[in-house]
Design a protein. Structure first.
Length: 453
């Protein structure tokens, strides 16, 4: 297929729209390998609310063929179509639609709704997304960034923990980095740490779980930095210094996974040792199968693959029930209970992102989000990931297990070890609980020995 070739023609149309002051979206219609219609956004210029790039291209193609039916035609557009354009494509009987960047606010090819998958319709158009998505998204990002006085606007449906809440945290001296231009973020500001040289021989990608944040990795980051490596530790939306959607329904398995996948692509992370625990593993273990060439090692701690092929553990069910009955539980008290060696100030740092209940939508949403049935959101994706880890993973692995974890301890981790190819026997830490990283220096040093030889 010449998908990239035709998408570049659509991108050229998008640049024409940008030069005219229109939102940069472009489209081309192709039949039998020939372009028969082109279009770019022009609702302002044409004073026509329907003058989206796709609509303009469809009209041109219909004139070319002398028929409003565009049987056998393909449409390439730089942004996921809206409901209006998707409806027109279906009426035109297009055989295929190819789009670049996702549109999380109004996309009708799967982001908000999927008109192309509606079974009652008498015509079905196949859809391919993500072709030259980065180029398409960058064009849109640069267009809107130039119009904003505030590069980090706060969405009306989200909260942002004040910076003062994070001042003076023990052993957390690193510079904050932010981005809000990932398509999946839809303008939410996401925080991440990025320490060490960008061209380092190894990048450690550290993914936290619920209810933690990047502070969890403060004892491991210095070890890897001292070795000359790069360390990247994001805060998922709803956690840490990242923006926090107000509604629990904003948090979905696929959305958080898309954010992380786009984050890896946007930073162009390579030579990655993936470091995961809790939800960082439930989500993070689904990432390498997309671009396995980026990953070289795995450090996995107290987590699992949420395939729903086995019942959830009794410990997890108890945790989920506790969260439902006590939605405002103290995170610091939870951390302190399993880590008596920590100082009160360290424990209190885990409360910092959540000054009141309004900031805790993610903490309430995540426990019921764990896939429990085979058709639960995320379960199918997790089963695909399990097949990858069984049959395609060729990197080195290290599994560190907190023996005192009542939720995702030895039983769950032993089962996961059986899924990961070439995974050595789990390393049991007798004094560690669920938050294994609180014994992180020892684990980080061993990971250097095992994963970087």
């Amino acid at each position: 297929m010449n998908d990239a070739l035709f998408m570049r023609l659509a991108l050229a149309e998008a640049e024409t729209a940008q030069a005219a002051g229109e939102v940069p979206v472009g489209a081309v219609v192709v039949k039998d390998g020939q372009v028969i219609g082109v279009g770019h956004n022009s609702p302002i210029t044409a004073q026509d609310p329907s003058a989206h790039a796709e609509m303009v291209a469809l009209r041109a193609a219909a004139r070319h063929l002398g028929n409003y039916r565009l049987d056998g035609c393909e449409l390439f557009v730089t942004l996921e179509p809206c409901a209006m354009c998707a409806g027109a494509m279906l009426h035109a009987r297009l055989s295929r639609v190819v789009y670049g960047a996702r549109e999380p606010r109004s996309g009708a090819a799967g982001s908000v709704l999927n008109l192309f998958g509606w079974p009652e319709l008498n015509h079905h158009t196949s859809v391919t997304g993500g072709v030259l998505a980065k180029e398409s998204g960058t064009l849109l990002k640069d267009f809107f960034k130039g119009k904003r006085m505030n590069l980090w606007p706060l969405r009306d449906d989200a909260l942002r923990t004040p910076d003062e809440a994070f001042q003076g945290l023990p052993d957390y001296p690193w510079t904050a980095h932010y981005l809000n231009d990932l398509p999946a973020l839809d303008g939410l500001r996401m925080h991440y740490l990025d320490e060490g040289p960008k061209d380092a021989s190894v990048t450690w990608l550290c993914l936290h779980g619920n209810p933690a944040w990047s502070y969890l990795y403060r004892k491991m980051i210095p070890v890897w930095m001292a070795a000359g490596h790069r360390v990247v530790a994001p805060d998922m939306p709803g956690f840490g210094k990242s923006d926090k959607p107000k509604k629990e329904g904003a948090h979905r398995f696929e959305w958080h996974r898309d954010v992380l996948a786009q984050f890896v692509e946007d930073l162009d992370l390579n030579r990655v040792n993936l470091v995961v625990q809790d939800w960082g593993g439930i989500l993070g273990l689904t990432l390498p199968m997309v671009s396995p060439q980026r990953y070289r090692g795995l450090l996995v701690m107290n987590t699992h693959l949420a395939t729903a092929e086995a019942p959830l553990s009794a410990g997890f069910l108890a945790w989920r029930e506790m969260c439902a009955k006590n939605p405002d539980f103290s995170v610091s008290r939870l951390i302190a209970r399993g880590n008596p060696h920590m100082s009160p100030a360290e424990c209190a740092a885990y409360d910092a992102p959540f000054p009141n209940s309004g900031y805790r939508a993610a903490l309430r949403a995540f426990p019921p989000m764990v896939p429990e049935h085979t058709d639960s959101p995320g379960a199918g994706l997790s089963r695909q990931a399990a097949e990858f880890w069984r049959h395609q993973w060729n990197g080195r692995s290290l599994m560190a297990v907190g023996a005192m974890d009542p939720v995702l301890g030895s039983g769950v981790m032993n089962a996961l070890a059986g899924v990961i190819a070439h995974c050595p026997e789990p390393w049991l830490l007798d004094q560690a609980g669920h938050f294994v990283q609180e014994h992180g220096q020892l684990i980080a040093e061993r990971a250097l020995q095992v994963l970087t030889v």
